[in-house]
Design a protein around this ligand. Structure first.
Ligand code: IVH
Length: 708
């Protein structure tokens, strides 16, 4: 249902295409009810430009190619300096061509580029008079914009007072973070309004709305600082001479939010190659950013280069937008499927009219839970905005309410478990089959015996189905009491496979507690939390004796999660007993349990003095030792040498055995990054932050004693 660019074959079809583009741009800048998604718009404009190049005498004055993008909305506050648009490039070749033309224009190569996120929001100019925010203006047609000063106070990161009493204009983007967007739609539909299709539309609609019964927050990111007519000459001169990087630091020092503290922060690149690398890095983390970006902006960093390049009527020549593939498109919600996962969670999944996004065809997208469907007012047959960035599972953002036909129908929620027909436990937002793990036993067992859990070789899903169908296995523990004659009686089970499988099962009995815990599939825990719990308590008995207060002492477990884990463990108690009886080991090697009978109630190392509520299980984790004690370690890239065979999970286990804490993202708190072959953005981030790096070989030497 994505509108593709019309084929322009003659003057009338050209004129129609121009009208479509003009309408779409007007809608886009005026509050976002465009029937074209960004990708379709870009394609249409490129087609218009191609036709114009072949028919220069027939170019219509209203064509979107000739003017400032979004030039449709009429405003009443003139901009002191035009608010321009940016030229786009879509590939490394186009980017290289841009650097070459820039070099020709200024007579030298640019050797310092500022590279930062292209924020997907609305451009605004914020005027500060002697440090006070006096006026907020949209871009409008670039020469004059709408006064939206009523929004002052609702935009986070845009303070009403700067830290210094200066007079100047801050330019930047107003947007909604993913969380702000969710909240905005919840409030809006709660007031009987129609949901916004995406964060950009939500920000546009919210910024321009006056006298709403509710306020919803937005976020500002500054990317420009310029003098106003009243700015004192010394300040004006200073602003004109700063590098882009310095301008941004100053913006931050004045108290205005910038991209600086985000993972996509502006960096300085000293070559075109480094720019392209950074583009790839930003593209790789796009999905994890808490706000939307639609590209990367590359700017000449030095003031001298910017002045020499100057600006055209539409866009500056010293900057360019490197557009990333469209991450969102409009399609139709055809159906909602309800699938039961390995823990019995009943999760809705959207069936979509197929749409190509970022190079692949999307037919399904996640929907979170029934409450979320209700909150977002989704209906069957709805036109929906689908988002996909990087490798993440596509997600339905919201219905595109203005494209509804009226034929949309309510989404029906299941009355009973769609898999086994049992009752549904609706106490939490995520519904669950009352049979829990038993409902989808095959999925739950397949997870439990997977490589990162009990690692039982030769036990794939087909085999598991066979075992379950034959009635030999009704839970995880039954695997450990399987007999040779029972296995031999199964189809396609010869002597060798049977003996191999029994041996693999035998080995699985000796796995560390962290693996067993993870295999149980306790809701709210994954590999990393399971390891922390196992290391903290050292034995299953202590884990089971722990109450919520004791559980909360495990690093990374908050009150809510602690309570959920404790109650899950109560439910799992019979299964754990059965596993113990079957001879499955329940201890964590290397983690020393605290002395028996000790009723320590706090992890004093963390400054938690304890309140005596830890009960008998208030075990303190052993004093951390090992070469990585107190260190946060990130492993990235492919391991080589002695570590070659270790999976990422096994590397993380190794880090923790050696006393460290494993983590998946690099920040200032990271102590060491183990960078293997092909390490990309995490290595770059470590270099940028000055975090210590080690090769797999160096790391192997460091933790040699702990290598299994
Ligand atoms: S610099 C002369 N930096 O993208 C314009 N713009 O498509 C210089 N935008 O009008 C703008 N993120 O609204 C700049 N990091 C960034 C940006 C950014 C988003 C917007 C801005 C601009 C539009 C062009």
């Amino acid at each position: 249902m994505t509108t593709s660019a019309a084929l322009i074959v003659d003057a009338p079809s050209y004129a129609r295409a121009v009208d479509t583009a003009v309408d779409a741009a007007a809608a886009y800048y005026a509050g976002g009810t465009s029937p074209l998604d960004d990708d379709a718009y870009d394609r249409l404009v490129r087609e218009i430009a191609a036709w114009e190049a072949a028919h220069p005498d027939q170019v219509l004055p209203r064509s979107p190619t000739g003017k400032v993008a979004g030039g449709a909305a009429e405003g009443d506050v003139p901009h002191t300096v035009p608010m321009l648009s940016l030229d786009n490039v879509f590939s490394a070749e186009e980017f290289t061509a841009w650097t070459a033309s820039l070099a020709r224009r200024i007579g030298r190569d640019v050797t310092r580029f500022a590279v930062g996120p292209k924020l997907d929001g609305l451009a605004v100019a914020a005027r500060y008079t002697e440090g006070r925010l006096t006026r907020l203006i949209t871009r409008g047609d670039g020469t004059a914009g709408e006064d939206v000063s009523h929004a002052i106070g609702t935009v986070e990161g845009l303070p009403e007072r700067l830290t210094e009493p200066v007079t100047l204009e801050v330019r930047g983007e107003v947007l909604m973070t993913t969380a702000q967007f969710t909240y905005a739609n919840e409030v809006r539909t709660g007031h009987g309004g129609q949901p916004f299709a995406n964060p950009r539309n939500a920000a546009a609609g919210t910024l321009r709305a006056r006298e709403r019964a509710y306020t919803v927050p937005m976020t500002f990111f500054g990317y420009g600082l310029l003098a106003l007519p009243d700015t004192d000459p010394a300040t004006a001169d200073r602003l004109g001479a700063l590098t882009y990087g310095e301008l941004m630091s100053l913006t931050g020092e004045l108290g205005v939010h910038t991209s600086a503290r985000t993972a996509a922060a502006d960096i300085v690149a000293e070559s075109a190659e480094r720019v392209l690398e950074r583009v790839a890095e930003v593209a790789a983390i796009r999905a994890e950013l808490p706000f939307g970006i639609d590209g990367v902006v590359v700017k000449a960093d030095l003031a001298a280069d910017r002045h020499a390049a100057g600006s055209g009527s539409r866009a500056p020549r010293w900057a360019v937008a490197y557009k990333l593939p469209a991450a969102e498109k409009i399609t139709r919600l055809l159906d909602v499927e309800w699938n039961v996962g390995r823990t019995g969670i009943i999760a809705p999944r959207a069936v979509l009219e197929p749409v190509v996004l970022d190079g692949s065809t999307i037919t399904y997208a996640t929907l979170h839970n029934p409450a979320d469907i209700t909150r977002r007012d989704l209906r069957l047959g709805d036109p929906v905005m689908v988002l996909r960035a990087g490798d993440v599972i596509p997600r339905v953002q919201a219905p595109v309410a203005h494209l509804r036909t009226g034929a949309e129908r309510p989404i029906e929620f299941p009355a009973r478990c769609p898999r086994c027909g049992s009752d549904i436990d609706r106490r939490e937002e995520r519904w669950r089959c009352s049979q829990g793990r038993t409902c989808h036993l095959v999925a739950s067992l397949a997870y439990a015996v997977g490589r990162d859990q009990l690692d039982i070789e030769g036990l794939g899903s087909t085999r598991i189905v066979q075992l379950v169908d034959a009635g030999l296995v009704t839970d995880l523990a039954d695997l450990f009491t399987l007999r040779r004659d029972q296995l031999l009686a199964l189809e396609r089970m010869g002597e060798t496979s049977t003996d191999n499988l029994l041996a693999a099962i035998g080995r699985a009995k000796q796995r560390p507690l962290s693996r067993v815990l993870c295999a149980l599939g306790v809701r709210g825990t994954g590999r990393s939390i399971s390891r922390r719990i196992a290391r903290h308590f050292a034995t299953m008995d202590r884990i089971r004796a722990a109450d919520a207060a004791a559980m909360q002492r495990v690093d990374g477990i908050g009150p809510e999660k602690a309570a959920a884990i404790v109650s899950e463990l109560v439910v799992l108690a019979p299964l754990v007993d059965k596993l113990v009886a079957a001879g499955v080991s329940m201890t964590e090697p290397g983690a020393t349990p605290p002395p028996d009978g000790e009723t320590v109630t706090g992890d004093t190392a963390d400054g938690d003095t304890g309140t005596g509520d830890g009960g008998a299980a208030g075990a303190t984790a052993p004093a951390p030792g090992g070469p990585l004690a107190g260190m946060r370690v990130v492993v990235t890239g492919a391991m080589t040498g002695p570590l070659e065979r270790l999976s990422r999970n096994e590397m993380n286990e190794l880090v923790e055995r050696a006393g460290g804490r494993s983590s998946s993202s690099v920040s200032r708190k990271t102590s060491l990054v183990v960078a293997g072959e092909g390490a990309g953005s995490k290595r770059a981030k470590a270099e940028e932050l000055g975090v210590r790096l080690a090769t797999p070989d160096e790391f192997a030497v460091l933790v040699g004693d702990f290598l299994g």
